[in-house]
Write a protein that binds this ligand. Structure first.
Ligand code: 13P
Length: 258
């Protein structure tokens, strides 16, 4: 038994009303049948409500890229999990390396955001991953364990089991330099081992996605690895044909019993 594969498109700060409508229409017109895998897209905040309407007739689900704590309050410029849920989101990315680095999100804040997402009935996609320098100095596992522990400290093991984890090596994001399937599998196996050691999950159950320069050319080899349960796709999710090809790679593996 393996986990149901999950393909998520993180659009980052890209798009416009017109471009998004064209992209979503293109994707939904080509993914017409019920898929054996889960697929979601994550447009920027202002476009979520419009995307929810466009996605309604399809099986593709909606997610957001970030959230803030609490339900509402005097937090100028922020968006709560309750608001995301209200406009039709099912998922929210938390702790993406771009937010940890560019917006100085601490491990503790990431933990609190994961809790806020769960409280709002959203499924958090928790991103973890090491920089090039951390990999070069053999710190990958230490760094990832700290990122996971900070979340476990806030929400505890039982709620942790409701998460999706995404391993996104920082050096592979937007660089065209994907981790090899073997490199990714080694770290995924470490993450799964950590989850088991900390009694968060059984061998299966929590999905662990890989993110970082996933393209139609490398998707199948990555998703074929035993502990890789799908992908968090950046650049390639902005191109309907590329995104669909990645979804099809996942569908083919799932149909073949992965
Ligand atoms: P790319 O696929 O563009 O490398 O981005 C990965 C990512 O950051 C997804 O969250």
């Amino acid at each position: 038994m393996t986990n149901r594969l999950f393909i998520a498109g993180n659009w980052k700060m890209h798009g416009s009303l017109q471009k998004n409508a064209a992209l979503i229409t293109d994707i939904t017109s080509k993914i017409t049948r019920e898929l054996p895998v889960d697929v979601a897209i994550m447009p920027p905040f202002p476009y979520l409500a419009a995307a929810a309407l466009l996605l309604k007739p399809s099986s593709i689900q909606l997610g957001a890229q970030n959230l803030y704590l609490g339900q509402e309050g005097a937090f100028t410029g922020e968006v709560s999990g309750a608001m995301l849920h209200d406009v039709g989101c099912r998922y929210v990315i938390v702790g993406h390396s771009e937010r940890r680095t560019l917006f100085h999100e601490s491990p503790e804040l990431v933990g609190n955001k994961v809790k806020a997402a769960l409280d709002a009935k959203l499924i958090p996609i928790l991103c973890v991953g090491e920089t090039q320098q951390e990999r070069a100095t053999s710190q990958t596992e230490v760094v990832i364990a700290l990122q996971l522990q900070a979340v476990l400290d806030v929400i505890g093991g039982q709620r942790f089991a409701e998460l999706i984890v995404a391993y996104e090596p920082v050096w592979a994001i937007g660089t065209g330099l994907s981790a090899t399937p073997e490199q990714a599998e080694t770290t995924h196996a470490f993450i799964r081992g950590w989850l088991i050691k900390n009694q968060v999950a059984e061998m299966q159950g929590i999905r662990i996605l890989y993110g970082g320069s996933v393209k139609p050319e490398n998707a199948k080899a990555l998703f074929a690895m035993p502990t890789i349960d799908g992908g968090l796709i950046g650049g390639a999710s902005l191109n309907a044909d590329a995104f669909i090809a990645i979804c099809q790679a996942a569908c083919a593996l799932q149909a073949a019993g992965k």
